[in-house]
Ligand binder design. Sequence first.
Ligand code: NDP
Length: 328
Amino acid sequence: TTPPAVVTVTGAAGNIGYAALFRIAAGAMLGHHQPVRLRLLELPGSLPAAVGTAMELDDGAFELLTSVDIFDDARAAFDGADHALLIGARPRGKGMERADLLAANAAIFAEQGAVLNDVAADDLRVIVVGNPANTNAAIASAHAPDIPSDRFTALTRLDHNRAIAQLSHHTACPVREISRVSVWGNHSASQYPDIFHARVGDRSGAEIAEDRAWLVDDFIPTVARRGTAIIDTRGASSAASAANAAIDHVHDWVFGTPEGDWTSAALPSPGVYGVPPGLVCSFPVRAVDGRWEIVEGLDINDFSRARIDTSVAELADEIAAVGDLLPA
Ligand code: NDP
């Protein structure tokens, strides 16, 4: 029988954690033959909610779920982790400036990176969901010198999925016939969803992008501001779609992206496409043999270049703001 995979989820009692755990237990992330041990990390004040969630997981009688353990200590929670879903993050409090938020989260992710370095499994894969996700991933990686940096990733798959959905609505082309969409940059309003290389049924994305008014005034802002639109409409932030995207990300990382297609994920830049090393930036990526590979050699036009540069500049600013927490 297959040994269970150890999956540690932080912020497990939060909205996204709650939506993610049941699908992980049901096999949506690691496949329907892979048993899973769940380890939930929460802040002490949220432990009762985590215990309640574990009771509900119990009530799912999931065949693949070997165990659920709950911790408020990172070292215990990450022990032996094959997968770490870092969802918990400090939300912006009243009167908190952006720099304070960055610093508060940098401290959390510096500690978690160092602990992962010490206690996680050799094949650890990390996805950061908690915002500012890209910079949190960069900080965690910087504090985990023994873990290859390409194991630290951040979620932009939700932005990618949102872009496909909008493109599908606009063209009336089914989602399954849309491929090669790319999201570049930061998981923030500055992100750039790029359709110039996409295939949309038998049409090219570049042809659809010729309608610049739609591209600039509708498509790009709709994708980038979708999170706010969900909050305004639903009265709560996106949770199930974010959990779904995190599961898609890990699933594809493990099982590979479909032939002829790619997806989007934020990875430490190796210095390609003009993105400085040290930044965790969203790129078009393929997963091959359990590793992400950035899709190289795409022709970046001036329209795209300017937008990528804007988002990359924001990432550089974020890293500069938490420079004190980077190891020398
Ligand atoms: P959610 O589960 O709704 O969100 C968790 C994080 O995901 C937030 O940082 C949120 O960012 C981010 N996120 C990234 N992409 C998206 C997206 N597309 N839509 C919505 N959110 C997105 O937050 P909750 O407050 O419900 O739960 C957080 C939990 O984390 C709490 O239970 C808390 O106790 C715990 N926590 C754990 C920590 C730890 O384990 N060390 C540290 C801090 C908190 P944004 O805030 O920008 O929406």
